[in-house]
Design a binder for this molecule. Structure first.
Ligand SMILES: *Cc1c(COP(=O)(O)O)cnc(C)c1O
Length: 352
Protein backbone atom coordinates (compact mmCIF):
# COMPACT_ATOMS: atom_id res chain seq x y z
CA UNK A 1 0.00 0.00 0.00
CA UNK A 2 1.42 3.39 -0.99
CA UNK A 3 0.05 4.95 2.23
CA UNK A 4 2.56 2.80 4.18
CA UNK A 5 5.37 4.84 2.62
CA UNK A 6 4.01 8.20 3.77
CA UNK A 7 5.21 9.89 6.94
CA UNK A 8 2.91 8.66 9.68
CA UNK A 9 2.02 12.06 11.12
CA UNK A 10 0.75 13.19 7.69
CA UNK A 11 -1.73 10.32 7.65
CA UNK A 12 -3.14 11.31 11.03
CA UNK A 13 -2.93 15.06 10.37
CA UNK A 14 -6.07 17.10 10.82
CA UNK A 15 -5.90 19.66 8.02
CA UNK A 16 -7.22 23.20 7.88
CA UNK A 17 -10.74 23.41 6.57
CA UNK A 18 -11.87 26.68 5.11
CA UNK A 19 -15.41 27.96 5.42
CA UNK A 20 -15.88 27.11 1.75
CA UNK A 21 -14.97 23.46 2.43
CA UNK A 22 -17.96 23.07 4.71
CA UNK A 23 -20.39 24.67 2.30
CA UNK A 24 -20.68 24.24 -1.42
CA UNK A 25 -23.33 25.60 -3.74
CA UNK A 26 -24.72 29.10 -3.95
CA UNK A 27 -25.70 31.33 -1.00
CA UNK A 28 -27.31 34.75 -0.97
CA UNK A 29 -24.98 36.23 1.64
CA UNK A 30 -21.36 35.27 2.38
CA UNK A 31 -20.23 36.47 5.81
CA UNK A 32 -17.97 33.54 6.59
CA UNK A 33 -14.43 34.36 5.43
CA UNK A 34 -13.78 37.96 6.59
CA UNK A 35 -13.34 39.12 3.00
CA UNK A 36 -14.02 42.73 2.01
CA UNK A 37 -17.59 42.95 0.67
CA UNK A 38 -16.54 45.56 -1.92
CA UNK A 39 -15.45 44.11 -5.28
CA UNK A 40 -13.13 46.80 -6.66
CA UNK A 41 -11.97 44.36 -9.36
CA UNK A 42 -15.54 43.96 -10.65
CA UNK A 43 -14.58 40.34 -11.30
CA UNK A 44 -14.89 38.59 -7.98
CA UNK A 45 -11.34 39.08 -6.75
CA UNK A 46 -12.48 40.22 -3.32
CA UNK A 47 -13.48 36.59 -2.60
CA UNK A 48 -11.19 33.64 -1.87
CA UNK A 49 -10.88 31.27 -4.86
CA UNK A 50 -12.12 27.67 -4.97
CA UNK A 51 -9.49 25.74 -2.93
CA UNK A 52 -10.02 22.66 -5.13
CA UNK A 53 -10.10 24.48 -8.50
CA UNK A 54 -12.98 22.17 -9.37
CA UNK A 55 -14.04 23.88 -12.58
CA UNK A 56 -10.50 23.88 -13.96
CA UNK A 57 -9.98 20.23 -12.95
CA UNK A 58 -13.21 19.26 -14.74
CA UNK A 59 -11.94 21.07 -17.84
CA UNK A 60 -8.59 19.29 -17.50
CA UNK A 61 -10.44 15.96 -17.52
CA UNK A 62 -12.40 17.01 -20.59
CA UNK A 63 -9.37 18.22 -22.59
CA UNK A 64 -6.49 16.07 -21.29
CA UNK A 65 -8.36 13.00 -20.05
CA UNK A 66 -6.99 13.00 -16.48
CA UNK A 67 -9.91 12.04 -14.22
CA UNK A 68 -10.99 14.61 -11.64
CA UNK A 69 -10.54 12.15 -8.74
CA UNK A 70 -6.92 11.66 -9.81
CA UNK A 71 -5.86 15.33 -9.90
CA UNK A 72 -4.76 18.11 -7.60
CA UNK A 73 -3.28 21.43 -8.74
CA UNK A 74 -0.20 23.19 -7.46
CA UNK A 75 1.35 26.64 -7.65
CA UNK A 76 3.39 25.34 -10.58
CA UNK A 77 4.56 21.73 -10.61
CA UNK A 78 7.50 22.86 -8.48
CA UNK A 79 5.16 23.22 -5.51
CA UNK A 80 3.88 19.69 -6.12
CA UNK A 81 7.44 18.30 -6.15
CA UNK A 82 8.04 19.97 -2.78
CA UNK A 83 4.76 18.67 -1.33
CA UNK A 84 5.42 15.08 -2.45
CA UNK A 85 8.83 15.13 -0.79
CA UNK A 86 7.29 16.50 2.41
CA UNK A 87 4.57 13.82 2.41
CA UNK A 88 6.87 10.85 1.87
CA UNK A 89 10.38 11.62 3.12
CA UNK A 90 11.34 12.08 6.76
CA UNK A 91 14.00 14.82 7.15
CA UNK A 92 17.37 13.50 8.26
CA UNK A 93 16.30 9.92 7.68
CA UNK A 94 14.85 9.18 4.26
CA UNK A 95 16.18 9.64 0.73
CA UNK A 96 14.85 10.14 -2.81
CA UNK A 97 16.38 8.89 -6.06
CA UNK A 98 17.07 10.97 -9.16
CA UNK A 99 19.00 10.38 -12.37
CA UNK A 100 21.75 12.73 -13.47
CA UNK A 101 21.64 14.88 -15.46
CA UNK A 102 18.05 15.97 -14.91
CA UNK A 103 15.87 18.88 -13.78
CA UNK A 104 17.48 20.61 -10.81
CA UNK A 105 14.45 21.16 -8.59
CA UNK A 106 14.10 17.58 -7.29
CA UNK A 107 17.50 17.88 -5.63
CA UNK A 108 16.96 21.43 -4.37
CA UNK A 109 13.60 20.65 -2.76
CA UNK A 110 14.95 17.43 -1.24
CA UNK A 111 17.88 19.28 0.28
CA UNK A 112 15.71 22.12 1.59
CA UNK A 113 13.67 19.44 3.32
CA UNK A 114 16.74 17.73 4.79
CA UNK A 115 16.24 14.67 2.59
CA UNK A 116 19.22 12.88 1.07
CA UNK A 117 19.47 12.58 -2.72
CA UNK A 118 20.69 9.38 -4.37
CA UNK A 119 22.13 10.12 -7.83
CA UNK A 120 22.03 7.43 -10.48
CA UNK A 121 23.84 8.52 -13.66
CA UNK A 122 22.16 8.05 -17.02
CA UNK A 123 23.94 5.72 -19.44
CA UNK A 124 26.43 7.23 -21.92
CA UNK A 125 23.60 7.36 -24.46
CA UNK A 126 21.56 9.38 -21.89
CA UNK A 127 19.04 6.58 -21.28
CA UNK A 128 17.77 5.31 -17.91
CA UNK A 129 20.18 2.79 -16.38
CA UNK A 130 17.49 0.36 -15.24
CA UNK A 131 19.82 -2.10 -13.48
CA UNK A 132 21.59 0.66 -11.57
CA UNK A 133 18.26 2.22 -10.55
CA UNK A 134 16.95 -1.17 -9.38
CA UNK A 135 20.01 -1.89 -7.28
CA UNK A 136 19.85 1.61 -5.74
CA UNK A 137 16.20 0.95 -4.87
CA UNK A 138 17.24 -2.32 -3.19
CA UNK A 139 20.13 -0.75 -1.37
CA UNK A 140 18.76 2.64 -0.30
CA UNK A 141 14.96 2.24 -0.24
CA UNK A 142 14.23 5.74 -1.57
CA UNK A 143 10.79 7.08 -0.68
CA UNK A 144 10.42 8.61 -4.15
CA UNK A 145 12.02 7.77 -7.51
CA UNK A 146 11.89 10.79 -9.83
CA UNK A 147 11.93 10.25 -13.59
CA UNK A 148 11.79 13.24 -15.94
CA UNK A 149 10.43 12.29 -19.39
CA UNK A 150 11.08 13.99 -21.77
CA UNK A 151 14.15 14.69 -19.69
CA UNK A 152 15.39 18.22 -19.08
CA UNK A 153 18.11 19.10 -20.16
CA UNK A 154 18.76 16.17 -22.52
CA UNK A 155 15.39 16.42 -24.31
CA UNK A 156 14.97 12.65 -24.43
CA UNK A 157 11.67 10.80 -23.81
CA UNK A 158 12.16 7.41 -22.20
CA UNK A 159 10.45 4.23 -23.42
CA UNK A 160 7.19 3.72 -21.49
CA UNK A 161 8.07 0.01 -21.00
CA UNK A 162 11.29 1.00 -19.25
CA UNK A 163 9.39 3.42 -17.01
CA UNK A 164 6.82 0.71 -16.27
CA UNK A 165 9.58 -1.73 -15.32
CA UNK A 166 11.04 0.73 -12.81
CA UNK A 167 7.64 1.78 -11.40
CA UNK A 168 6.58 -1.87 -10.99
CA UNK A 169 9.85 -2.72 -9.27
CA UNK A 170 9.85 0.28 -6.94
CA UNK A 171 7.74 -0.43 -3.82
CA UNK A 172 7.48 3.31 -3.05
CA UNK A 173 6.29 6.26 -5.15
CA UNK A 174 7.57 6.76 -8.72
CA UNK A 175 7.02 10.31 -9.99
CA UNK A 176 7.17 10.86 -13.75
CA UNK A 177 7.58 14.55 -14.60
CA UNK A 178 6.04 15.04 -18.04
CA UNK A 179 6.47 18.83 -18.30
CA UNK A 180 7.43 18.52 -22.00
CA UNK A 181 5.11 15.66 -23.01
CA UNK A 182 3.02 17.86 -25.31
CA UNK A 183 5.99 18.51 -27.59
CA UNK A 184 6.52 14.79 -28.38
CA UNK A 185 3.96 13.68 -30.99
CA UNK A 186 4.51 9.98 -30.17
CA UNK A 187 4.51 10.39 -26.38
CA UNK A 188 2.84 7.72 -24.22
CA UNK A 189 1.98 9.13 -20.79
CA UNK A 190 2.81 7.21 -17.62
CA UNK A 191 -0.77 8.10 -16.66
CA UNK A 192 -1.67 4.85 -18.46
CA UNK A 193 0.30 2.94 -15.77
CA UNK A 194 -1.76 4.37 -12.90
CA UNK A 195 -4.69 1.99 -13.33
CA UNK A 196 -2.50 -1.04 -12.49
CA UNK A 197 -0.09 0.70 -10.12
CA UNK A 198 -1.26 3.10 -7.39
CA UNK A 199 2.41 4.02 -6.75
CA UNK A 200 2.66 5.98 -10.01
CA UNK A 201 2.33 9.78 -9.97
CA UNK A 202 2.57 12.05 -13.02
CA UNK A 203 3.37 15.76 -13.14
CA UNK A 204 2.18 18.12 -15.87
CA UNK A 205 2.44 21.87 -16.11
CA UNK A 206 0.76 24.82 -17.82
CA UNK A 207 4.17 26.55 -18.00
CA UNK A 208 5.43 25.22 -21.36
CA UNK A 209 3.00 24.00 -24.04
CA UNK A 210 0.07 25.93 -22.54
CA UNK A 211 2.13 29.15 -22.51
CA UNK A 212 1.19 30.13 -18.93
CA UNK A 213 4.49 30.09 -17.05
CA UNK A 214 3.52 33.26 -15.18
CA UNK A 215 0.20 31.87 -13.96
CA UNK A 216 1.85 29.06 -11.95
CA UNK A 217 -0.33 26.00 -12.53
CA UNK A 218 0.96 22.45 -12.15
CA UNK A 219 -1.05 19.22 -12.22
CA UNK A 220 -0.40 16.12 -10.15
CA UNK A 221 -2.11 13.00 -11.47
CA UNK A 222 -2.03 10.18 -8.93
CA UNK A 223 -4.09 7.61 -7.05
CA UNK A 224 -6.77 9.01 -4.71
CA UNK A 225 -4.70 8.14 -1.60
CA UNK A 226 -1.85 10.36 -2.79
CA UNK A 227 -4.24 13.11 -3.94
CA UNK A 228 -5.86 13.06 -0.49
CA UNK A 229 -2.49 13.47 1.22
CA UNK A 230 -1.57 16.45 -0.98
CA UNK A 231 -4.93 18.07 -0.24
CA UNK A 232 -4.21 17.60 3.46
CA UNK A 233 -0.92 19.52 3.41
CA UNK A 234 -1.44 22.08 0.65
CA UNK A 235 -2.17 25.71 1.43
CA UNK A 236 -5.92 26.02 0.78
CA UNK A 237 -5.67 28.83 -1.79
CA UNK A 238 -2.45 27.81 -3.55
CA UNK A 239 -3.82 28.42 -7.07
CA UNK A 240 -5.17 31.95 -7.44
CA UNK A 241 -8.45 32.94 -9.06
CA UNK A 242 -6.54 34.60 -11.92
CA UNK A 243 -4.55 31.40 -12.48
CA UNK A 244 -7.67 29.23 -12.46
CA UNK A 245 -9.28 31.55 -15.02
CA UNK A 246 -6.11 31.58 -17.15
CA UNK A 247 -6.08 27.78 -17.18
CA UNK A 248 -9.72 27.59 -18.23
CA UNK A 249 -9.14 30.13 -20.96
CA UNK A 250 -6.13 28.21 -22.30
CA UNK A 251 -7.92 24.87 -22.36
CA UNK A 252 -10.78 26.56 -24.18
CA UNK A 253 -8.31 27.66 -26.85
CA UNK A 254 -6.52 24.35 -27.45
CA UNK A 255 -6.48 24.91 -31.24
CA UNK A 256 -4.28 27.99 -30.84
CA UNK A 257 -1.71 25.98 -28.88
CA UNK A 258 -1.80 23.21 -31.48
CA UNK A 259 -0.97 25.69 -34.24
CA UNK A 260 2.00 27.07 -32.28
CA UNK A 261 3.15 23.50 -31.57
CA UNK A 262 3.35 22.84 -35.31
CA UNK A 263 5.47 25.98 -35.70
CA UNK A 264 7.77 24.98 -32.85
CA UNK A 265 8.27 21.48 -34.29
CA UNK A 266 8.99 22.98 -37.73
CA UNK A 267 11.50 25.42 -36.29
CA UNK A 268 13.14 22.64 -34.28
CA UNK A 269 13.70 20.69 -37.49
CA UNK A 270 15.06 23.80 -39.20
CA UNK A 271 17.49 24.54 -36.35
CA UNK A 272 18.67 20.91 -36.24
CA UNK A 273 19.52 21.21 -39.93
CA UNK A 274 21.14 24.64 -39.65
CA UNK A 275 23.22 23.83 -36.55
CA UNK A 276 24.94 21.09 -38.57
CA UNK A 277 26.65 23.75 -40.75
CA UNK A 278 28.75 25.23 -37.99
CA UNK A 279 32.22 23.87 -37.37
CA UNK A 280 31.96 24.57 -33.64
CA UNK A 281 28.82 22.42 -33.24
CA UNK A 282 30.01 18.89 -32.50
CA UNK A 283 26.75 17.16 -31.70
CA UNK A 284 23.01 17.81 -31.73
CA UNK A 285 21.25 15.55 -29.27
CA UNK A 286 17.94 13.92 -30.22
CA UNK A 287 15.17 15.96 -28.59
CA UNK A 288 11.52 15.19 -27.94
CA UNK A 289 10.97 18.56 -26.25
CA UNK A 290 10.81 22.26 -27.23
CA UNK A 291 14.56 22.74 -26.85
CA UNK A 292 17.77 21.40 -28.35
CA UNK A 293 20.87 20.37 -26.47
CA UNK A 294 24.06 20.82 -28.48
CA UNK A 295 27.68 19.99 -27.82
CA UNK A 296 30.10 22.67 -28.98
CA UNK A 297 33.86 23.12 -28.99
CA UNK A 298 33.87 25.75 -26.21
CA UNK A 299 30.50 26.14 -24.51
CA UNK A 300 31.58 28.78 -21.97
CA UNK A 301 32.99 31.04 -24.70
CA UNK A 302 29.97 30.62 -26.99
CA UNK A 303 27.62 31.21 -24.07
CA UNK A 304 29.31 34.52 -23.25
CA UNK A 305 29.49 35.48 -26.90
CA UNK A 306 25.74 34.97 -27.32
CA UNK A 307 25.05 36.85 -24.11
CA UNK A 308 26.98 39.86 -25.43
CA UNK A 309 24.72 39.73 -28.48
CA UNK A 310 21.68 39.80 -26.19
CA UNK A 311 20.85 36.12 -26.67
CA UNK A 312 20.46 34.07 -23.51
CA UNK A 313 20.75 30.29 -23.64
CA UNK A 314 21.36 27.76 -20.87
CA UNK A 315 24.88 26.50 -20.27
CA UNK A 316 24.63 22.88 -19.07
CA UNK A 317 28.37 22.14 -19.25
CA UNK A 318 28.73 21.56 -15.50
CA UNK A 319 26.28 18.63 -15.59
CA UNK A 320 27.66 15.08 -15.57
CA UNK A 321 27.97 13.61 -19.12
CA UNK A 322 27.27 17.04 -20.62
CA UNK A 323 30.60 18.87 -20.83
CA UNK A 324 30.52 21.70 -23.39
CA UNK A 325 26.78 21.67 -23.92
CA UNK A 326 24.23 24.44 -24.34
CA UNK A 327 20.48 24.01 -24.03
CA UNK A 328 18.61 26.21 -26.48
CA UNK A 329 14.84 26.78 -26.33
CA UNK A 330 13.06 26.80 -29.71
CA UNK A 331 11.86 30.39 -30.01
CA UNK A 332 9.85 32.23 -32.63
CA UNK A 333 11.14 32.25 -36.21
CA UNK A 334 12.53 35.76 -35.67
CA UNK A 335 14.30 34.79 -32.44
CA UNK A 336 15.76 31.68 -34.04
CA UNK A 337 16.95 33.75 -37.02
CA UNK A 338 18.80 36.06 -34.64
CA UNK A 339 20.46 33.07 -33.00
CA UNK A 340 21.55 31.68 -36.40
CA UNK A 341 22.86 35.10 -37.39
CA UNK A 342 24.99 35.19 -34.25
CA UNK A 343 26.22 31.64 -35.00
CA UNK A 344 27.16 32.77 -38.52
CA UNK A 345 29.20 35.67 -37.19
CA UNK A 346 30.86 33.40 -34.68
CA UNK A 347 31.75 30.96 -37.45
CA UNK A 348 33.34 33.73 -39.53
CA UNK A 349 35.38 35.04 -36.62
CA UNK A 350 36.65 31.58 -35.60
CA UNK A 351 37.42 30.35 -39.12
CA UNK A 352 39.25 33.47 -40.29
C1 LIG B 1 9.82 23.74 -16.67
C2 LIG B 1 9.73 22.47 -15.90
C3 LIG B 1 8.74 22.30 -14.94
C4 LIG B 1 7.72 23.37 -14.72
O1 LIG B 1 7.63 23.82 -13.45
P1 LIG B 1 6.44 24.81 -13.08
O2 LIG B 1 6.67 25.00 -11.63
O3 LIG B 1 5.16 24.08 -13.38
O4 LIG B 1 6.59 26.06 -13.87
C5 LIG B 1 8.64 21.10 -14.28
N1 LIG B 1 9.51 20.09 -14.56
C6 LIG B 1 10.45 20.22 -15.49
C7 LIG B 1 11.33 19.09 -15.80
C8 LIG B 1 10.61 21.43 -16.16
O5 LIG B 1 11.59 21.56 -17.07
Amino acid sequence: MIADYMRSHILSLESYTSARDEFSGYAEVYLDANENWKDFSLSGKNRYPDPHASELRRKIEEVMGFRVENTVLGNGSDELIDMLIRIFAEPGKDCVLIERPTYGEYKVFAEINGVEVINVPLTDSLELDVDAIKSSIDEKSPKIVFICSPNNPTGRSYDIDVIREIADYNPSLTVIDEAYADFDPSFVSAYTLLKDNERVAVLRTFSKYWALAASRIGILIASPVVIKAVNKIKAPYNVSLSAQRDGLEALGNADGRKAVLEEILGEKKRLEGEFGRFSFVEKIYRSDANFLLIKVSDADALYLYLMKKGIIVRNRSREPLLSNTLRITIGSKEENDKLLEAFDEREKSTVS
